[in-house]
Design a protein around this ligand. Structure first.
Ligand SMILES: Nc1ncnc2c1ncn2[C@@H]1O[C@H](COP(=O)(O)OP(=O)(O)OP(=O)(O)O)[C@@H](O)[C@H]1O
Ligand SMILES: Nc1ccn([C@@H]2O[C@H](COP(=O)(O)O)[C@@H](O)[C@H]2O)c(=O)n1
Ligand SMILES: [Mg+2]
Length: 217
């Protein structure tokens, strides 16, 4: 039931006490494992946009791996310049760095429900997360969107992101196909994947997402 990965290190080390669902929330059998949804899709597929809606309606905390990494850059941490160069090139930051940021964010939150957006990007990311947390995600959303549409959205984004330019987007698409699709395939085989058609308006897409979370209640 917990989708624990056997023989790995202990669970999140915080004293967080997370009821797994409504049926359990009133009883003493409370677990420390949060409910984790990985949110995947290519650059500009709408992950962040749809996460905002899920947060508003289902009380999740949104942790964007990209935002956590960008925060390291703006805070001038020891990894800041390495992260900046990696993001500029559209490549992937070492898993050790990203997993630590995600783990810290989860442990410092009072919430028990998380959307982890843009992670894992690679099999290495996935395996590092499982090793460090000793757990797997409960479900995985994948926003499936044609490349042409993703490029159009990214180039129109206008949020001043250093990687929102044609050269970097082309590289990010290559990285997505080569490294992220195998992760998506992995979760599909495990029966955890919800593939969402990422075309159409934001409202139309959300109408495909909503039932996934409504069914969890
Ligand atoms: N259904 C949609 N139709 C048109 N534009 C959209 C749609 N959904 C999101 N957008 C816009 O496309 C851009 C990319 O969306 P968003 O930031 O949610 O994608 P993302 O998957 O998080 O991308 P990234 O991986 O680059 O962070 C944003 O400017 C957003 O407002
Ligand atoms: N697991 C991850 C997630 C992101 N990155 C780097 O950040 C860039 C932006 O990520 P978004 O999710 O905001 O699009 C991405 O292109 C990577 O360079 C990462 O290394 N590992
Ligand atoms: Mg995003």
């Amino acid at each position: 039931m917990w989708r624990r990965v056997s023989s790995l290190s202990p669970l999140f080390s915080s004293s967080k006490s997370c009821p797994r669902n409504q049926a359990e929330s009133g009883v003493s059998d409370r677990r420390r494992i949060p409910f984790v949804t990985f949110v995947l899709g290519g650059p500009g597929s709408g992950k962040g946009t749809q996460c905002t809606r899920i947060v508003e309606n289902f009380g999740f905390t949104h942790l964007s791996a990209g935002d956590l990494l960008r925060h390291e850059i703006s805070s001038n941490t020891e990894n800041g310049s390495m992260i900046l160069n990696t993001i500029k090139e559209g490549k992937i930051v070492p898993s050790e760095v990203t997993v630590k940021l995600i783990q810290k964010a989860i442990e410092s939150s009072e919430n028990c429900r998380f959307l982890i957006d843009g992670f894992p990007r690679t099999e290495e990311n996935r395996i590092a997360y499982e090793r460090v947390t000793g757990s797997e995600p409960d479900i995985v959303l994948f926003f499936d969107c044609p490349e042409e549409e993703m490029v159009k959205r990214v180039l129109n984004r206008n949020q001043g992101r250093i990687d929102d330019n044609l050269d970097t987007v082309k590289e990010r698409l290559k990285v997505f196909t080569k490294l992220n699709l195998p992760v998506i395939e992995h979760y599909s085989k495990k029966g955890k994947l919800y593939k969402i058609d990422g075309t159409g308006s934001e409202d139309e897409i959300y109408e495909r997402v909503r039932p996934v979370f409504a069914a969890l209640r």
